[in-house]
Design a protein around this ligand. Structure first.
Ligand code: 5RP
Length: 236
């Protein structure tokens, strides 16, 4: 299968395949969202089928839930699981402190809730997502639809005093209509170029009325597994 894949997909596959080995029988596992996480879900499905692995899984999006069902993984809600042993998810960027930008796939709210309800979070990624400074990838911020333009204006005002390089904000679209999250919210993508203080920015953004959550994951990830196109993996 890996012969027909792009180098980036082979790298994602390698990290996901390695991470799946961290899942042990009887665990309660959070399943991330995105193309890397979908390799993980497929691999766990294969382990359920071939090895009789028994897990209880909490998906972070309807897309992941659907795939998990398809591959035979037992899916429950976070409220049913209550607490998780491990969450494995992708990221859009990560730095040396394992601070992440997530939400490129629009699932940041459920992803953050699930990851913070877990004893451990492992990030699965390809090497291109590693950065010296976060911010080249636009930071997703989930806002409720009511008054979203007022929330956007307040965010722009706040960004003026933040340690960032650029300050462009735009509503994420899905064709001609706003992109809508699993919770029925909108996403503002903030093109910031470079984020000087991720912890401060995350705290300040979440103070804005209408903001539900932002895609900065500070002090949440415990480990990163970087896959490479040749199948090698690095654990940090
Ligand atoms: C979804 C996410 C994803 O983990 C992130 O976008 C990485 O996606 P991919 O594995 O497809 O590169 O945060 O909200």
């Amino acid at each position: 299968m890996t012969d027909q894949m792009t180098p980036i997909d082979r790298a994602k596959y390698a990290s996901a395949y390695c991470a799946a080995d961290f899942v042990k029988d009887g665990m309660r596992v959070g399943l991330g969202t995105g193309s890397t996480a979908s390799w993980l879900v497929r691999r766990l499905g294969a382990r359920v089928k071939n090895e009789g692995l028994r897990i209880i899984a909490v998906p972070t999006s309807t897309r992941t839930a659907q795939l998990a069902h398809e591959v035979g993984i037992n899916v429950v809600s976070l409220d049913e699981a209550r607490w998780l042993d491990l969450t494995i998810d992708g990221a859009d960027e990560f730095d040396a402190e394992l601070t992440l930008i997530k939400g490129g796939g629009g699932a940041l709210l459920h992803e953050k809730i699930v990851a913070t309800a877990s004893d451990q979070m492992i990030v699965i990624t390809d090497p291109a997502k590693e950065v010296n400074a976060l911010g080249a990838f636009p930071l997703p911020v989930e806002v409720i639809p009511f008054g979203w333009q007022a929330s956007k204006a307040l965010i722009e005002e706040i960004l003026a005093s933040m340690d960032v390089l650029d300050r462009q904000t735009r509503l994420r679209m899905n064709g001609d209509a706003p992109y809508v999250t699993d919770e029925g919210n909108y996403i503002l993508d903030l093109a910031l170029g470079r984020i000087g203080n991720a912890r401060q920015l995350s705290l300040v953004l979440n103070q804005v009325p209408g903001v539900v959550e932002n895609g900065l994951f500070v002090d949440i990830a415990d480990q990163v597994i970087i896959g490479h196109p040749d199948g090698a993996v690095e654990l940090r």
